[in-house]
Design a protein around this ligand. Structure first.
Ligand code: CA
Length: 229
């Protein structure tokens, strides 16, 4: 899952981006409203953390412009502690949730998980697909109760597919959501990672839809056999 953090305070930006990365997300950052707006308009994010007090363009304006342009990604706004009117203005502008400063990083992480789940129609922090269970709080995966050790990229790949289970996800979409904007992206490597993931999981849950992408679902059967035309 790929997250955008728009925060002009460099320490806070570093803290948030670091905590998110430690929890298995890929993160882009922006330090002002114009850059933040540009990234949110041109890159596909699974969630955005948006400070309201920003140089160049304030957070409310950024959010209004995204929503007007039809950008529907979940947005968590950061507000000053005593500014209840900011919360109202932010929610009215299309924010999905807010956290007042100062905050505990754990609260931000929990709210981000909730936003991501809500977007996927999942109501608990554990996602189950057949014998596999993903604990999104701890970024841990088990199959029939046995832990599976994944690299952070493998986890991101699996987590993205799980948040979109039952739907075909193209390689391009995966690349866009697994890497940050600076990464030299190559969609051919996705196939390699899917192969490794299948091997590590030991159960066949990831189906290859030839020419279309991948689908995670219970009882996927033989990969490659159920190719769609
Ligand atoms: Ca600020």
């Amino acid at each position: 899952m790929r997250i955008l953090v728009v925060e002009d305070d460099p320490d806070l930006q570093r803290l948030l981006a670091g905590a998110l990365r430690d929890n298995g997300y890929v993160v882009d950052t922006a330090g002002d409203g114009v850059e933040g707006h540009f990234l949110g308009e041109t890159e596909p994010y699974d969630a955005v953390i948006l400070d309201l007090g920003l140089p160049e363009m304030d957070g409310i304006k950024v959010l209004e412009k995204w929503r007007k342009a039809g950008r529907v990604m979940p947005v968590l706004i950061l507000t000053a502690r005593d500014r209840w009117s900011d919360k109202v203005a932010g929610l009215d502008a299309g924010a999905d949730d807010y956290v007042a400063k100062p905050f505990f990083t754990e609260e931000i992480l929990a709210r981000v998980r909730t936003l991501l789940r809500r977007g996927a129609g999942i109501s608990t922090s554990d996602i189950e697909v057949g014998p596999m269970r993903i604990d999104t709080r701890a970024a841990r995966v088990t199959v029939q109760g046995n832990p599976v050790k994944l690299t952070s990229l493998e986890y991101r790949l699996l987590s993205y597919l799980a948040h979109h289970k039952g739907r075909v996800v193209s390689r391009t979409e995966l690349v866009e959501h697994l890497y940050d904007q600076d990464f030299d992206r190559d969609s051919n490597t996705i196939e390699v990672f899917v192969g490794r993931l299948r091997k590590k999981l030991g159960v066949n849950l990831i189906q290859t839809m030839r020419g279309l992408g991948y689908k995670l679902e219970e009882g996927a059967g033989d990969a490659d056999v159920n190719a769609a035309h």
